[in-house]
Write a protein that binds this ligand. Structure first.
Ligand SMILES: Nc1ncnc2c1ncn2[C@@H]1O[C@H](COP(=O)(O)OP(=O)(O)OP(=O)(O)O)[C@@H](O)[C@H]1O
Ligand SMILES: O=P(O)(O)OC[C@H]1O[C@H](OP(=O)(O)OP(=O)(O)O)[C@H](O)[C@@H]1O
Ligand SMILES: [Mg+2]
Length: 299
């Protein structure tokens, strides 16, 4: 008997990406039960097995073809790619989709009292970071010679602890830097989460499972960006109303009971409807304006 075809996908076990990775898979109709201790979770509703690991391990698992797919931040992905290239190990992958979470930037930051006059001020300094290869590549490109000190966590305390003069760390709101008396100077890399695929050739059945998953992901993304808009409009203003609704070239126009003066208009908009547009609609005589989220969509 041949083995049933199942995909393997590596996701972060616990951390900043876990909740949203799982949420996204569930929105794609992939259900599974997670047990805290278990490394592997089998989906009962889609032929896919989740491998739950530290995010640092995800690029390598994909690049070595141990798993078919991975969900990981571009910061970790690019650092792993540079490291493996230097070591002449397999470093290729196929980027399938940018996912809409895990937005952050990798930035150089110095203590507030540091007299920073541009990246040249870091010449001959020590820089603590979890991303030495990305940092070194940037410094090299800028013609700066500095020493990187590799730390896997608590990078922001390195200057205070006397381990380094500056840091290169992930920033989102900037609260961590501020709390540690550091100021952000140069952004060296902007990151979000990616879905990646191994370059190991797959049997057709597996590839078509991936393609189906991608269609579902696109549907979730499209639904997230879209709104269903319903309103009552004066019959004579239908054209003008359609022209100010985002993405409403062909609205559905329906008659209303007991009146010819007004019609109902329904529109799927690929943009949000701003308050300013709602106010404009009201000025045109529209009423009962409803803006609703869409759960699923397929073109
Ligand atoms: N402040 C932030 N805002 C948004 N995204 C972030 C932020 N910090 C990190 N990220 C993204 O989330 C990823 C995971 O961050 P997390 O802190 O959970 O990693 P970790 O501590 O290395 O976890 P692991 O134990 O899996 O190695 C980062 O690699 C980055 O892509
Ligand atoms: O600019 P901010 O919004 O403050 O975010 C930046 C912080 O977020 C990340 O750490 P995280 O909170 O994931 O904790 P960790 O360092 O323990 O992984 C990152 O390593 C920074 O320390
Ligand atoms: Mg990690």
């Amino acid at each position: 008997m041949t083995e049933p075809t199942r995909l393997t996908l590596a996701i972060q076990k616990s951390g900043r990406l876990s909740k949203e990775s799982i949420h996204l898979l569930k929105a794609c109709g992939i259900q599974f039960q997670l047990h805290e201790q278990r490394l592997i979770a089998h989906s009962t509703s889609y032929p896919i097995d989740l491998l739950r690991v530290r995010d640092d391990d995800i690029p390598g698992l994909v690049m070595d073809g141990v798993v078919d797919l991975g969900i990981v931040g571009e910061n970790v992905l690019e650092e792993a790619r540079l490291e493996r290239q230097q070591e002449q190990r397999a470093a290729s992958f196929t980027a399938l989709r940018q996912l809409d979470f895990g937005y952050c930037r990798l930035s150089l930051a110095v203590p507030n009292e540091f007299d920073y006059q541009g990246v040249q001020s870091l010449n001959n300094k020590k820089i603590a970071t979890t991303y030495p290869r990305l940092t070194e590549a940037f410094l090299r490109q800028q013609g700066v010679t500095a020493q990187t000190v590799m730390l896997t966590g608590s990078v922001e305390v390195a200057p205070r602890a006397g381990l380094a003069d500056a840091i290169c760390d992930l920033v989102s709101t900037g609260a961590t830097l501020e709390a540690n008396g550091l100021s952000e100077q140069d952004v060296i890399f902007r990151s979000q989460v990616k879905l990646i695929q191994s370059q190991t050739p797959l049997p057709e059945a597996k590839q078509s499972l991936i393609n189906k998953l991608l269609d579902r992901l696109d549907g979730v993304q499209l639904a997230k960006e879209s709104k269903y808009i319903m309103l009552h409009a004066p019959t004579k203003e239908v054209q003008r109303v359609a022209s100010i609704l985002p993405g409403a070239e062909r609205p559905t126009v329906l008659p209303l009971s007991y009146t010819d003066e007004q019609v109902a208009m329904h529109v799927v908009s690929t943009e949000n409807l701003f308050w300013e547009t709602m106010e404009q609609l009201k000025t045109l005589g529209c009423s009962s304006i409803l803006v609703m989220p869409i759960e699923k969509m397929m073109r």
